[in-house]
Design a protein around this ligand. Sequence first.
Ligand code: AMP
Length: 356
Amino acid sequence: MTPLPPGSTIGILGGGQLGRMLGMAAAQLGYRCHIYAPDPDSVAAEVAAEFTRAQNNDISALTAFADSCDVLTFEFENVPVDPLHEIEELAPLHPPVGALDIAQNRIAEKNYARELGGSTAPFAEVTDLETLAQAIDEVGTPAILKTIRMGYDGKGQARIKAGDDLGQHWDMVDQQPCVAEGFVEFDHEFSVILVRAQDGEIRFWDTPWNVHENGILAISSAPAPPEILALQETAQALAAKMADAMSYVGVLTCEFFATADGPVFNEMAPRVHNSGHWTIEGAITSQFENHIRAICGLPLGDTGLAAKRVEMHNLIGKQADNWPALLADGQNHLHLYGKGASRPGRKMGHVTKLFF
Ligand code: AMP
């Protein structure tokens, strides 16, 4: 493993806030970033050396992009997998495409966690109205119907109660292939965030306790309460097994429900994650910096807490308009993502506070 020297170029597929924060961490270490994204406005490209605006399946644009980079990564998990196979010979790609493939399919990721000894909500595949009815019989109510692909932040989801008109729910998910999940009675939600280096070394950050509102992450804080800490070892062991089995390199996030019967795996993100934004100021080394270190073959940084307690609040939609008041508290670390108009449910920024 030869470390990539400063001045090398890191290619990032995806142009959102995660790419922006990766780009800033990469710049700190002396790297250049080249962003590849289909959207005209990329908040990542604003802080990067180069920007290719092209579709994710444009093989000639992808080839030119990969040729111009020394290592490739992604910040968006719905990048189509097939075109990536065409470019992974041109520059090392971390995390592996296989991880993306699993994470893009809610059924595949649950099966993967189960195969490695994890527990998940009861689930059944739904392809039409008939299989929806069978699935609801199987997993019971209340249930959550989620599109197998492309869902995030509670989008592409419907909650089903006993006696509901299933046809209406089926229309709500646009009759897309879905997974029906039994409702997990959880006390808390948390995530395991780890980084795996090219030599297989794994480091975990403190486990954040995550609070969601309307299916969107609202608050992450660390250290987590004792009820979560009691489940941490089992959850970390599963996440590490998943990372090892995928020969993973970079930051991997696994989301869990904390239940009386132990941790229940919900989903994984093969990338830096919103529930790790607190690590920018709240950990000795942030998730962004360690992702860059891992993919560039550098030694990993310390993942320990930098304060007694850390709390991160997302700024969703109009909440970001409150920036003057947030800045008036000199203890707040304010991050705004540079997105133009705030829309309901849109992640516009976050604010982190450390307690000593
Ligand atoms: P997801 O898109 O899978 O992350 O779901 C978004 C949020 O919906 C989760 O963070 C939970 O708060 C809730 N949720 C998802 N699946 C379930 C489930 N099977 N049981 C209970 N709550 C769930």
